[in-house]
Design a protein around this ligand. Structure first.
Ligand SMILES: [Zn+2]
Length: 246
């Protein structure tokens, strides 16, 4: 089996907040890891124009990926304009076709921001479609298959409609990885400042630690990340993530 893990999330820093501890664990086990964002984070500044903050954030995302031992890719959609349409679908399917991931992480169907929900649709489509021979003009790599698919927590773990904490299917202990996860998140220096200015959230790293700590409670671990596995038709049903790290 190909051992290629990929996160397709909306913005730079989403992977570092939501699943980087688990990606670190996979990298430690020899998995190839790819971090894909839908946008370069072009709305992530209260003062810089879009092209300038986007350039800064691409570099921050690439630096975090390098530190993890991963590759960084951007679909070059635009913040608050991620839309599941023919053009974005094409880009996502073709990227998946080239990387042929066997384990994919994306946002849940319901999240606080529509960029996240649309990135979810792009990942749903690309995971299902990329191994179909005629779905892309690009060559089909050996070992291409519908991958295991896991949804990260929504922001703060809360379903945006009910305000309730999402119940995970899979919780991964990241206690040994938490300091490295914080280092990866700290690569996004522009966002620590931006969140202070826009969300009134002074504790970029502390919020990540608090949430990881909350998810650790289910395991009796200091820190964890929580996921819901997609178990729909045609997707692998075995909980490969739990098996890999147990
Ligand atoms: Zn985001």
């Amino acid at each position: 089996m190909r051992r290629v893990a990929l996160s397709l999330l909306a913005h730079p820093d989403d992977a570092e907040i939501l699943c980087a501890g688990t990606l670190l664990r996979l990298a430690e086990r020899g998995w190839e890891v790819h971090i894909v964002t839908a946008t370069p984070g072009d709305c992530g500044s209260a003062t810089l124009p879009a092209n300038e903050i986007a350039a800064i954030r691409r570099a921050e995302a690439a630096a975090a990926a390098r530190l993890l031992g991963a590759s960084y890719h951007c679909l070059e959609e635009r913040d608050v304009n991620v839309v599941f349409d023919r053009a974005s679908n094409r880009k996502a399917i073709d990227l998946f076709r080239q990387l042929a991931p066997t384990l994919v992480f994306t946002h849940p169907r319901c999240d606080y921001m529509l960029d996240h929900e649309q990135a979810h649709l792009l990942a749903r489509s690309a995971t299902f479609s990329y191994p179909i021979p005629n779905a892309s003009p690009l060559p089909l790599l050996e070992g291409s298959q519908i991958p295991w698919l896991y949804y990260t927590d929504p922001v703060e773990g809360l379903d945006p409609y009910t305000g309730q904490l999402v119940t995970p299917t899979t919780v991964i202990d990241i206690t040994p990885q938490i300091e490295r996860k914080a280092e990866l998140l700290a690569c996004h220096a522009s966002q620590r400042e931006w969140l202070r200015a826009h969300h009134g959230m002074d504790e970029y790293l502390d919020a990540m630690r608090r949430h990881s700590s909350l998810r650790g409670q289910a395991l009796g671990a200091a820190f964890a990340e929580a996921f819901v596995q997609h178990r729909g038709h045609a997707y692998p049903h075995t909980d490969v993530l739990a098996e890999l790290v147990s």
